[in-house]
Structures are given as C-alpha cells and as structure tokens.
Ligand binder design. Structure first.
Ligand code: ZN
Length: 209
C-alpha cells in the first residue's frame, strides 16, 4: 500500500508528520463498503511513518490510531468516527466525501494529534492559539501570501500558491520556499506549545491526585 501523503508537496516534504487520509484511496481500496476494515500505513521513501485502523459502518468511517509528542512520552489512543456523504458525478456514479467537523465536504482530511479535520479547520485551530510567536509567523506568512496575490479571505494554510503572471519563477520559488519554512516553523511552535500544555496538565494532575 503506497503512501497516503498528499496536498502541498513542499510543505508535506518538510512537515511529514502531518498525515493525510484521502477518501478516493479508501474507495479504491474497497474500504468504504459497509463493514470493510483494514490497517492503512503511511510511508515515506518506503519507510512506514504511521499506521491507522479504518472500518466502515454505514455512512461513517471509524479511525483508530495512536499519537505521541515528537519528543516522546506516552502514546495517546484515539478513536474517531467521521461521517461521509456522496454526490452524483456528471458522468454517472457517485463521488464520496468526508463531512468535516466544519460541515464542509472534503476529499482529504489531516491528522493532527487527536483530531482528523480539513486543513482549514486545523489552520483555524492553530491560528486561534494566543502564542505571540505563532502570531508573528502567521503575519509573515500572510505578507508573503499577499505577494503571491492572495486576497485577505484566502490567507492561511490553504492559500493559493500559483505563480502570479509577470513574476519571475526564481522570485516565486523563493517566496514559496519562505512560506513553506513558515508553515514548518508554525508546526514546531504548535508542537512545543502543546508539549508545554501537556506538561502543565501533568503537573496539575500530580497535585490533585
Ligand atoms: Zn473542516
């Protein structure tokens, strides 16, 4: 079974720990049939980087996996059911979609710790964290995205990144690289913030035992 990684190639390449699940691949592998189940494995260069149990029940796909902080520690088990829906295709048949927590139809959802959600939902969750450093990196990313022609309502994880007409490829590549570096910086900051939060919770638990 091949890698499930998809989406922005550069960001994926550098931030491989965010795994994606693509409903089109689940369909191709027969995993959307009622009762079907299997383990799926993410891999990079032939090396497994993650594994998840998938089981279909009616219109729901149940996911089971464990996650761990990048710096180690306990494994946290997660079980999530995600609703699916179908829309008719122009040329016959049906297209399958996940229904994200934001109620949008998505072909691809991403895993981030105990969440499975669309990139926008995860981006919003990240953006709402009140860490100054995170805010600074976001502002830098937004400035770069505006240079690539994104309007205010297009900024964020899923901003369009095509090369604007008239911009030299070299310039575009440099800006796109800087945006990807920003995303990676964000991920590191978010992981570090989450680790601090977990440590605080552990201390709280120890005091209140
Ligand atoms: Zn969403």
């Amino acid at each position: 079974m091949g890698g499930l990684l998809s989406g922005r190639s550069g960001w994926r390449r550098k931030c491989e720990h965010l795994h994606a699940v693509d409903i089109r691949k689940l369909k191709r592998w027969g995993l959307l049939r009622d009762g079907a189940s299997s383990d799926i494995v993410w891999s990079v260069d032939g090396k497994a980087t993650g594994r998840m149990g998938v089981r279909s029940r009616g219109p729901f796909v149940h996911f089971r996996y464990r996650w761990q902080m990048p710096n180690g520690g306990d494994w946290h088990p997660v079980q999530i059911a995600v609703a699916t829906e179908t829309t008719p295709c122009n040329f016959g048949g049906n297209r399958h979609w996940f229904t994200c927590r934001c109620n949008r139809r998505c072909a691809v959802l991403y895993l981030s710790r105990d969440r499975i959600a669309c990139r926008d939902c995860l981006g919003l969750a990240y953006a709402s964290q009140s860490d100054d450093a995170i805010g600074r990196v976001w502002r830098r990313i937004h400035r770069l995205q505006r240079r690539l022609g994104a309007s205010d309502d297009q900024l964020g994880w899923s901003a369009r990144t095509e090369r604007p007409k008239g911009m030299q490829r070299r310039t575009y590549d440099r800006i796109d690289d800087q945006i990807i570096d920003g995303f990676c910086e964000l991920e590191d900051l978010i992981e570090a913030g989450a680790a601090r939060l977990m440590a605080r919770i552990a201390r709280y638990d120890a005091r209140h035992r």
